[in-house]
Design a protein around this ligand. Structure first.
Ligand SMILES: Nc1nc2c(ncn2[C@@H]2O[C@H](COP(=O)(O)OP(=O)(O)OP(=O)(O)O)[C@@H](O)[C@H]2O)c(=O)[nH]1
Ligand SMILES: [Zn+2]
Length: 225
């Protein structure tokens, strides 16, 4: 795909459409406004978009949409931008000395493509090898959900999940594979309903082919979602 080599394009997307950092690009003043203030402003923006499209917002089916969308953006689908929502991951000592790989597979992913603000729907699979600490199983699903609830590219989502678990578990031996459909590819644009995107991040021992193979054998990528 060709890009005009123009600064605006590069800043907006990063080279090759991949975010330029593993951190979500945030403004310095991102948390100056309260959630309620953000909802109030976004509500007017959504109303403006709808009116510009020619919709009559006095219709009782449409009149609540600006507020509904604003609440959904701030509290639900982009709620993971707020670091206060980061799940606290309960960890335990690995008293039972379980030394093999633990895999949490088929974690449902609902995210939003940051280029089109359309849904990304799929599955994440996570594995780690304990270094003396274990994490509550549900916390892995919660960590995926927290980072998914942001405007995302799938590559960054995959990396953010691995980095967070590496920190929580105090080990590099963490891996994540995500297989997801992007509605911006499936329902518009090229409109390829069948294609999905697989991304992976393999840390520490998962860089070893045998360890990686064991993980991939456990998850046997299931493409039915
Ligand atoms: N690398 C990456 N690209 C993504 C992701 N989600 C969406 N995209 C792509 O971002 C690109 C945006 O490209 P543009 O050419 O600026 O947008 P567009 O004109 O709407 O492109 P088309 O989708 O091809 O119609 C598209 O190729 C999307 O498929 C993602 O998670 N990772
Ligand atoms: Zn998109």
């Amino acid at each position: 795909m060709k890009f005009d080599n123009n600064l605006d394009d590069l800043e907006a997307l990063g080279n090759e459409h991949i975010g330029t950092s593993e951190n979500t690009p945030m403004r310095n003043d991102a948390f100056k406004l309260s959630n309620e203030e953000k909802i109030d402003i976004i509500k007017d923006d959504v109303r403006h978009i709808m009116e510009t499209l020619g919709l009559d917002l006095t219709d009782d089916s449409l009149s609540g949409t600006p507020n509904r969308v604003a609440k959904m953006f701030v509290k639900e689908i982009f709620g993971g931008l707020d670091p206060k929502k980061k799940p606290s991951a309960s960890t335990f000592d690995n008293k039972y000395k379980y030394g093999e790989m633990l895999v949490e597979k088929n974690i449902t992913v609902y995210s939003t493509c940051e280029h089109h603000l359309l849904p990304i729907v799929g599955r994440a699979h996570i594995a780690y090898i304990s270094n003396g600490t274990v994490v509550g199983l549900s916390k892995m699903n919660r960590i995926v959900d927290y980072f998914a609830k942001r405007p995302q590219v799938q590559e960054r989502l995959t990396i953010q999940v691995v980095r967070e678990l590496q920190e929580v578990l105090d080990t590099k031996d963490v891996a994540c594979v995500i297989d997801a459909k992007h509605l911006c590819v499936n329902s518009r644009g090229i409109r390829d309903i069948e294609s999905s995107t697989v991304t992976s991040e393999f840390g520490g021992k998962f860089k070893d082919m045998a360890t990686r193979r064991e993980f991939l054998d456990y998850i046997k990528l299931d493409t039915t979602f």
